[in-house]
Design a protein around this ligand. Structure first.
Ligand code: PNS
Length: 166
């Protein structure tokens, strides 16, 4: 297939850190599109547990078996970044009805900013409905085990980071 005809999708987020819920969406979306760019947002407002580079490295490690998945970072408007990448789709995961209103608003705003950009929502697998990076960080800082919440490859990264913060 020529590069021009490729269907490129972007899965944006903070991924601080990547969870099994994110990985489930990445795996499923990688099967739906020719290329999937997982885009880590630079966010100056939140105080992250991991730097953007660390988050990208953890994502690379956990998606190593998915050849059409690339890990990048972006700043500024997502709609502009998608234009630069020739992406026609944003992938978002939906966990509950409570996610919907905000995501619906963002999808409409992004399409207004970039008329060539559609948002595709994938429903979370039921076992990850409750899962978020915030839940993972909260468990970790209070000394709980994050095994079963995040990919095995990054459990130790979280343990080490949390220990350093003691
Ligand atoms: O994992 P998160 O923190 O829920 O991801 C939020 C993200 C990155 C999808 C969202 O904050 C975003 O799209 N930021 C880019 C800035 C932008 O384009 N804002 C306008 C969207 S309407």
């Amino acid at each position: 297939m020529s590069k021009r005809n490729m269907r490129i999708a972007i899965y944006p987020g903070s991924f601080d850190p990547v969870t099994l819920g994110h990985l489930d969406i990445i795996r499923r979306a990688s099967g739906l599109f020719d290329r999937l760019i997982v885009a880590v947002m630079h966010n100056q407002n939140k105080k992250p547990m991991f730097s953007v580079e660390e988050r990208m490295e953890m994502l690379r490690r956990t998606t190593a078996g998915l050849p059409n998945v690339e890990i990048e970072s972006f700043g500024g408007l997502l709609a502009d970044y998608a234009r630069r990448k020739n992406a026609c789709v944003l992938v978002k995961g939906l966990r509950a009805v409570s996610d919907f209103e905000y995501e619906f608003q963002m999808a409409l705003a992004n399409r207004k900013l970039n008329a060539d950009l559609d948002t595709v929502f994938l429903m979370t697998s039921s076992e990850y409905m409750y899962l978020s990076s915030s839940v993972v960080k909260d468990i970790a800082v209070h000394g709980g085990s994050v095994a079963g919440f995040v990919p095995d490859e990054i459990v130790q990264d979280i343990v080490c980071r949390t220990r350093k913060e003691d």
